[in-house]
Design a protein around this ligand. Structure first.
Ligand SMILES: CSC[C@H]1O[C@H](OP(=O)(O)O)[C@H](O)[C@@H]1O
Ligand SMILES: Nc1ncnc2[nH]cnc12
Length: 298
């Protein structure tokens, strides 16, 4: 992060492209580069470039060609690689199923909450030898969400501000009973990838926001077919075009020099680490250089 004074930064925008989004439009000086991390391999090389003078880093979440399923994604390596590349703000672009009548396929939902029902994933950078507990009450940056909402509206993209994304393990889609359960909990959309991504972004002190792009009505709707990959792919193409337009419009605004985000995400580790310095494992502390170097070595 380029901190020009105690409280001002020059943002670098990271974009994580989900299903159907394996690159972004309008980048100049493009270069795909592998970024080494202490957590293993990220999903793919990262695409570095500038858009309207703003530094951007793109990562295809499942890798180019989509070889990696949600449960096998190395979420820690992905987030560490973005952090190590200087990213301050992450835009996550994700295909989701709708759990509400009023969120039809084609609609973009700027979710502001998550329920994490994933269970077969590494969920934290911290561990025995360096324990930390970050706050997740507000997992999404309100500033990112506002900018995305405004730009989507300007472009005429159907958009809903706010909503809850429930993260299932997958890779199978939900049973009808599960889909109805999530609806009874008031969830808006269902997907398989945004956790632990959002938790790890918070641990790494990066702002995070998701554009959840509805592709289907999952399997609860009596007048729509149950979700299939074929159905998702059909809707995804139009969604991907809109996502590219939105990213291109939002990045010049997101990239303006600004004060630290009032959400506190950029200082999430200030009071989160509970392990006493003398009880810390030096090997783990070394692995945390990018994620937590600001507080561990600062
Ligand atoms: C191809 S449909 C299921 C797949 O799509 C979503 O992934 P992403 O968030 O990366 O767009 C969903 O979570 C599943 O992984
Ligand atoms: N119905 C659904 N369930 C889980 N992930 C999805 N991604 C797109 N549609 C989905």
């Amino acid at each position: 992060m380029h901190v020009s004074s105690e409280n001002e930064i020059q943002p670098v925008i990271g974009v994580i492209g989900g299903s159907g989004l394996y690159d972004i439009d309008g980048l100049e000086n493009k270069q795909w580069r592998r970024v080494e991390t202490p957590w293993g391999d990220a999903s793919d090389e990262l695409l570095f470039g500038t858009l309207d003078g703003v530094q951007c880093v793109f990562l295809p979440r499942h890798g180019r060609g989509h070889p990696i399923p949600p449960s096998r994604l190395n979420y820690r390596a992905n987030i560490d690689a973005l952090k190590r590349s200087g990213v301050t703000d992450i835009l996550s672009l994700s295909a989701v199923g709708s759990l509400k009548e009023e969120l039809p396929p084609g609609r973009f939902v700027l979710v502001d909450q998550f329920i994490d029902r994933s269970f077969a994933r590494e969920k934290s950078f911290f561990d025995t030898g360096c324990v930390a507990h970050v706050g997740m009450a507000d997992p999404v940056s309100g500033r990112l969400l506002d900018i995305l909402g405004t730009e989507a509206e300007k472009l005429g993209i159907p958009v809903t501000r706010g909503g809850t994304y429930i993260v299932m393990e997958g890779p199978q889609f939900s049973t009808r009973a599960e889909s109805e359960l999530y609806r009874s909990w008031g969830c808006s959309v269902v997907g398989m990838t945004n956790m632990p991504e959002a938790k790890l972004a918070r641990e790494a002190e990066m702002n995070y926001a998701t554009v959840a792009m509805v592709t289907d009505y999952d399997c609860w709707h009596t007048e729509h077919d149950s979700v299939t990959v074929e159905g998702v792919v059909k809707v995804m193409k139009g969604n991907a075009d809109n996502a590219r337009r939105l990213v291109k419009a939002a990045i010049p605004v997101l990239g303006q020099r600004r004060a630290l985000c009032p959400s506190g995400a950029e200082r999430a580790l200030d009071y989160a680490i509970i392990t006493a310095p003398e009880a810390r494992d030096p090997a783990l502390v070394a692995k945390l250089d990018a994620v937590a170097g600001r507080v561990l070595n600062g």
